[in-house]
Ligand binder design. Structure first.
Ligand SMILES: [Zn+2]
Length: 65
């Protein structure tokens, strides 16, 4: 199982952790969480910043089994 912490992506005050069997599943969970809890932050992000975040998630997940 893989997991991704919200704090790994820069939300240092958030304890949310997305877990799943596939990268896709985890990234979907993370976006669903962000859309609910970090709505304002997400809305203020540029496409470029979102891309950087996606790359970061992919990088963190690629290090896990
Ligand atoms: Zn969060």
């Amino acid at each position: 199982m893989k997991s991704l912490k919200c704090s790994d992506l820069g939300a240092s005050d958030c304890t949310f952790e997305a877990t799943g069997e596939s990268d896709e599943e985890i990234i979907q969970k993370m976006f669903a969480h962000a859309a609910e809890v970090h709505k304002d932050k997400l809305a203020g992000m540029t496409d470029e910043q979102k891309k950087v975040m996606m790359d970061k998630m992919g990088e963190l997940l690629s290090k896990q089994e």
